[in-house]
Structure formats: structure tokens, C-alpha cells
Design a protein. Structure first.
Length: 85
């Protein structure tokens, strides 16, 4: 066996969170069909890790695990060097 299928979990959780759309046997993401049936959708995500990562981030954000406010690079003040005037 393979154990827990990450791509399968993304399909299931994405579907529950309305991130992955399910219409009949078809699964879609952002209007693009990703597979007919759960197994084909899983295979699609395994072959397209960027889309799988997008879905994972969307699920985490919707679940409140990632703040939407975190965008870009945080600025860190360098306190080691003297300030230039």
C-alpha cells in the first residue's frame, strides 16, 4: 500500500472547501477539469505539483492556518550596522 495519499486528501479537502469543484464524476480547479473521478484527479495533481501546491495553500488559507495578510517579503531592520544619514 501507499499509505495516506496527499493528492487524495487535497481533492477531498479542496472539494469540501469549495476550492476544487465537483460536477458529477468530474473534478475541476479554477474552471479547468483536472480529472474524471477521484483517482484521475489524484494522478493529475501528482503530475502537476504547482497546481497541487496552489490547492494546498488555498485550503490552508481558507482553514485559517495561513494569514492572508502575509504578502511579499517582510522587512527586517538591520540593527548591526550604523544608520547612514
Amino acid at each position: 500500500g501507499k499509505g495516506i495519499s496527499k493528492s487524495g486528501e487535497l481533492i477531498d479537502l479542496g472539494s469540501k472547501a469549495d476550492i476544487v469543484e465537483k460536477s458529477g464524476a468530474w473534478y475541476a480547479y479554477k474552471g479547468e477539469k483536472i480529472g474524471q473521478g477521484r483517482e484521475n484527479a489524484k494522478i493529475f495533481l501528482e503530475k502537476n505539483p504547482k497546481i497541487a501546491a496552489e490547492i494546498e495553500m488555498a485550503i490552508r488559507t481558507k482553514a485559517g492556518l495561513i494569514s492572508k495578510k502575509i504578502e511579499g517579503n517582510p522587512t527586517v531592520e538591520n540593527t548591526d550596522s550604523p544608520k547612514k544619514n
